[in-house]
Structures are given as structure tokens and as C-alpha cells.
Design a protein around this ligand. Structure first.
Ligand code: MG
Length: 406
């Protein structure tokens, strides 16, 4: 008899264990103890939360980027008699990404700091369940090449890219390979439009951090919530889709869909459009990727007719949401432009959240940085990180200049 026996147990490393994707991933793992085992986990500094995870799931190893927090965690686990090994620093986090007994790595560290461990997982030939956008936005060509050369598999869980993955024809290899599928004309990335969808320019000028992080549909971290308000999140996703699915800029379209029920669509040459629909809950894409090619319960309630009764779609307004325009523009420049765009955006969002600059200044900082930094295509992790650092220093100078003008 086959059936359930064909499902091989997945041994999972979770990078970004204490964030919101981490929470959702642990929820899915806990629902299927016979299918999924957490063998390693990493986070930045929240040692108490990681201690709870270690007590609950008993992984072989955990790591914290922050060395002091790692010491607290190690002492605590020793007192509790838990045998989980504790590592620290960037090296410790990278070690979790390569952990020998894990076959699957959930890459859910937000921001540029997630690039190095995600690259480590690729180099170790893991099955990478990818939430971290920066690996593709910053790594682009070399990251895809690294994954291919080491036999790593990419399974996207950013909800839009997971939807596209589900709507594309199945490839011979397990995951996404960075090549355009035959017969695919276009991919349509849906966007909720964020909290400021209907705000005019004058009102956008006055937008506060509290208003920006108050997303109408998704509950997410602060940085990604601001990215959603500026629509830079969609911009980064356009670049991510370009690399994952091998689609040129002109074959990627953004569609505003405020209900966030249709998670994205694929348009084929024959006039068919396939869409993936679902209740907006990250556990669905996470469960789809973890169990692929099987399907398991994600704890998510199905769509009702009422929820599907009113689905609306409209084109994005590039004049009000300049960050989205800048991201499309970056794809017309050398590959390094996406590194610069991302670095400048991270600095600008930080400055906005700490009230140093206004909401509309975010796009201004990114534009100024793109104009100031030459961006040849980086070929390695080291070249990418050097360009990232240069872009950050330029962006910070622009922010200081804007702050002084106030
Ligand atoms: Mg998304």
C-alpha cells in the first residue's frame, strides 16, 4: 500500500523563528508532528521566545544573532535540562542554515541580513522554503546560479509568488527554477494597495508611522507594513518574480485587489488566466510549500461565497506610489540597482518609523540614492554586501540632509 507512506518526513530548519512567518510556520509544523520535525531554529535577539520554541519542539540546535541573548538562552536551557545546542552570531545563524540533519530550510529572516544565511542554505543544497525577498532582490542572478549549481530547490512562500508557483505548469524538478515556463504570457501580481490606497497626494504628505503600519488585511512586521503602504513591498515582489520565474519586466503586471482573496494570477498564450484564491493567511502558502507536492491541513478556514461575492481589481497609480515605479525602473538598470533600491528603502523606512523623515520622503531618498550610486551587477555575496553598505551610507547622508532642511 502506498498513499500516506509516500509522504517523506521533512526535517526543518526555521530561520527567523520569532517573527510572524516563524509563528505561522511553527503552527503548521505542530499540526503535523508525523510529517514535520523542527531540527534547528534561528532568530535575532528574542531569546525568551526562542527558549519557548526550544522547550516545545526540542530542536537539535538553535542560534541567536545577538551574542548576549545567546548566552542567556544557553544558561536557561541548561537549567531546564534541555540538550539543544546553542550557537551565536552571524556564523551561528549560518550554521543553522547548513545544519546537516535538516533537508528543508524556511528562510524567513526579514531584510538584507537574511541574504547571507539564505545563500548558505543554497550552498548546502537544501530545499529552501523562501519568504525572504532580499535573497532574490539583492542576490538576483548569482543567487539563482548558486541554488542551481548546488542542487538547492526553491519553493516560494511570499503569498503572491506561492500563488504563481501553484498556477504554473509543474516542472521536472521539484521547485522554481528561474526559467520562463512555455506558454506563459504574463504574470499578474495582486496587491492590496495598503492602508493609503485612496489617499491623495496632500494627505499622503501627512501620513504617520501609526497610520502606515495599520494594514487593512495582513498583520505583519513594521518594516513590511510600511513597504506595503508605500507599495515598495510590491516593487520588491516584482523583482523577486522576475528572478524566480524568469519573466522580463514587461511580462509582469501589478493589479490592485483590495480584498486580498486572489493571491496572484498567470496568463497563458491561449487566453486562459489561472488564479489561486484563499483566505489571507500565511499558513496556506507555508503548508503548500512544506508539504509539496502533497496537501495538508493548514488550519485555515476555506473561502465562503460571501467572501468571494465582491472581488474588485484596478490598475496601480504610479504617480502616487512612486516606490513601485522606482522598483520597475530598477529592473531596466544593471542588476546592482536592485541592491541599491533595497538598501536605500531599508534606511528610509527606518528613518520614517523614527520620525526623522516624512512618508513621501521615502521615495525621494531611494531616488536620490539610485542616482548617486553606480550599480554594476555584483557576482558574489561579498560584492553584493559591499554595494549594499555603500548605498546605505549614501542614503543616510540624504536622510541627514532632509532632516536638516526641516
Ligand atoms: Mg507578499
Amino acid at each position: 500500500m502506498k498513499s500516506a507512506d509516500t509522504f517523506s518526513r521533512k526535517r526543518i530548519t526555521l530561520l527567523g523563528a520569532t517573527g510572524s512567518i516563524g509563528d505561522s510556520t511553527l503552527d503548521v509544523i505542530a499540526r503535523h508532528p508525523h510529517r514535520f520535525t523542527l531540527v534547528a531554529a534561528a532568530a535575532r535577539s528574542q531569546w525568551k521566545k526562542l527558549a519557548d520554541i526550544a522547550l516545545r519542539f526540542r530542536p537539535e540546535a538553535v542560534a541567536l544573532h545577538d551574542a548576549n541573548a545567546a548566552r542567556c538562552l544557553a544558561d536557561f536551557l541548561k537549567n531546564e535540562g534541555v540538550s539543544t545546542e546553542v550557537f551565536s552570531g552571524e556564523k551561528g545563524v549560518n550554521r543553522m542554515a547548513e545544519w546537516p540533519s535538516a533537508d528543508t530550510v524556511v528562510a524567513a529572516i526579514t531584510g538584507g541580513v537574511g541574504l547571507s544565511p539564505t545563500a548558505a542554505a543554497a550552498r548546502a543544497g537544501k530545499r529552501i522554503v523562501l519568504a525572504n525577498k532580499e535573497a532574490l532582490v539583492m542576490g538576483g542572478a548569482w543567487f539563482m546560479r548558486l541554488a542551481r549549481e548546488h542542487g538547492a530547490t526553491l519553493l516560494p512562500i511570499d503569498s503572491e509568488h506561492n500563488a504563481i508557483f501553484q498556477c504554473l505548469p509543474r516542472t521536472k524538478t521539484e521547485g522554481v527554477i528561474g526559467e520562463r515556463a512555455a506558454g506563459v504570457k504574463k504574470i499578474l501580481l495582486t496587491a492590496s494597495g495598503g492602508p493609503f490606497l485612496h489617499w491623495d497626494h496632500a494627505r499622503l504628505k501627512t501620513a504617520t508611522p501609526e497610520q502606515a503600519v495599520n494594514h487593512p488585511v495582513w498583520k505583519m512586521g513594521r518594516k513590511i507594513s510600511v513597504d506595503s503602504a508605500t507599495m515598495m513591498n510590491k516593487g520588491l515582489e516584482v523583482i523577486e518574480a522576475h528572478w524566480l520565474f524568469g519573466m522580463p519586466r514587461d511580462a509582469i503586471e501589478v493589479v490592485i485587489h483590495p480584498q486580498s482573496i486572489v493571491h496572484s494570477m498567470v496568463e497563458y498564450e491561449d487566453g486562459s488566466t489561472l488564479a489561486q484564491l484563499g483566505t489571507p493567511d500565511m499558513r496556506t502558502p507555508i503548508a503548500q510549500a512544506l508539504a509539496f507536492p502533497h496537501r495538508v491541513d493548514a488550519g485555515v478556514s476555506a473561502l465562503t461565497v460571501e467572501k468571494m461575492a465582491t472581488l474588485t481589481f484596478l490598475p496601480p497609480d504610479f504617480d502616487r506610489f512612486l516606490c513601485l515605479k522606482l522598483a520597475f525602473h530598477a529592473l531596466t538598470l544593471a542588476n546592482g540597482a536592485a541592491v541599491v533600491l533595497n538598501a536605500a528603502n531599508e534606511c528610509a523606512v527606518d528613518a520614517f518609523l523614527s520620525r526623522k523623515i516624512a512618508f513621501l520622503d521615502i521615495a525621494e531618498v531611494i531616488n536620490a540614492t539610485l542616482n548617486a550610486v553606480a550599480s554594476p551587477a555584483p557576482n558574489t555575496l561579498e560584492e553584493t554586501l559591499a554595494l549594499d553598505a555603500l548605498a546605505r551610507s549614501k542614503a543616510i547622508r540624504t536622510i541627514e540632509h532632509l532632516t536638516a532642511k526641516k
